[in-house]
Design a binder for this molecule. Structure first.
Ligand SMILES: Cc1cc2nc3c(=O)[nH]c(=O)nc-3n(C[C@H](O)[C@H](O)[C@H](O)COP(=O)(O)O)c2cc1C
Length: 336
């Protein structure tokens, strides 16, 4: 008998899909979601996801093997659709028999979903609109993550609460939908489960866990920050559509503005096309995030964080965070 029967019952379809004890995913966070955090999440009954955004196929190969060496529980791999070596990365996942691939960052290119399903893995997709969600679920997506603008990292324009009301009544009966963005406590999880979600995905809340390799200064910046400090980046040039990124405000925020101007000038001069321009922007983020997470450059680097950062106040073991979320959800459901 589980200690959280009501929450577990509402999560059951998500649990069956993920193969984990709880349907709580730790969303992939570049540089943060590596072997240590991913295995800790999965060992604690959640579902860890390796962030492969900034990795070469060789690095992913090693990361999967090292994660496997640390956990026998299921975990996933997050691939960014615009990665120039996407199909090679899928090949690495196939070689290791990865069970779940999360496709993030845009519409999956032709053949990618099929290539993943060909080796038996389940495909998790993101969709910013209901129409696209339906299309992706029709064309091979096995589960959907809806992620609101409260989240850390790259974000869409709509809040989680609104996405949940728009997507869940239409999709929840037939499809598996996980809700992400702005979740800091279990009461919010209970609410989304009652609306039909089969599970949730959190990032910010796990970024500073004991098992996270993020630099101590990166973690300190999170502990100090309040919800309002996690700001969305602004687009400076209407011709260069950049996906907004939510991060703690610092000097790096200004550097991004400068980077956009530089890339817009290259576009104007015809030195790069739009695809290359957007790739340069993404490389900027990957580099800036690395400087903050790994080197502890909390001034110049990117401190990607969601609005739930105000609820991150200390370093805690992953197992404690998951236990707390489950307990809070159960208490909320028991009060109904
Ligand atoms: C530091 C950081 C890095 C992230 N990097 C990625 C990434 O590489 N790929 C991705 O799909 N999502 C990324 N995300 C989003 C998370 O996977 C997750 O969906 C999000 O954090 C959930 O919202 P929350 O921050 O409100 O919990 C990142 C989030 C953070 C905070």
């Amino acid at each position: 008998m589980t200690a959280t029967p009501k929450t577990t019952a509402l999560m059951q379809r998500g649990i069956d899909f993920l193969g984990s004890e709880h349907a709580i995913l730790c969303g992939a966070m570049s540089w943060v979601s590596e072997r240590n955090l991913v295995s800790a999440i999965s060992n604690a009954g959640g579902f860890g996801v390796i962030a492969c955004g900034a990795m070469t196929p060789e690095l992913l190969d090693t990361e999967i093997a090292e994660t496997r060496a640390r956990t026998s529980k299921p975990f996933g791999v997050n691939l960014i659709t615009m990665h120039p070596q996407l199909f090679d990365l899928i090949g690495v996942c196939a070689k290791h028999g990865v069970t779940h691939v999360v496709l993030a960052g845009g519409i999956p290119p032709k053949g990618s979903v099929e290539a993943i399903k060909a080796f038996g893995a389940k495909v998790v997709v993101f969709a910013p609109t209901l129409a696209l969600a339906k299309k992706l679920l029709r064309s091979g997506g096995d589960a959907l993550v809806i992620e609101g603008m409260e989240a850390g990292g790259h974000i869409g324009p709509v809040a989680t609460s609104v996405l949940a009301q728009e997507f869940l009544p239409e999709l929840a009966e037939e499809h598996l939908v996980f809700v992400a963005g702005g979740i800091g406590r279990g009461e919010a999880i209970a609410g989304y489960l009652e609306m039909g979600a089969v599970g949730v995905q959190l990032g910010t809340r796990f970024a500073c866990a004991n098992e996270s390799i993020a630099h101590p200064d990166f973690k300190k910046a999170f502990f100090r920050a309040k919800a309002r400090d996690a700001e969305a980046s602004v687009q400076v040039d209407p011709r260069l559509p950049v996906i907004p990124v939510r991060a703690l405000k610092n000097k790096g925020t200004e550097a991004f503005t400068a980077k956009q101007r530089e890339v817009a000038a290259l576009l104007d001069a015809g030195e790069v096309d739009m695809g290359e321009a957007q790739l340069q922007i993404e490389h900027f983020w990957a580099g800036a995030l690395r400087r903050a997470v790994i080197d502890g450059d909390v001034e110049g680097g990117s401190l990607m964080a969601g609005q739930s950062v105000g609820m991150v106040t200390q370093e805690e073991p992953v197992a404690d965070i998951i236990a707390q979320l489950m307990r809070e959800s159960e208490e909320a459901l028991s009060r109904r």
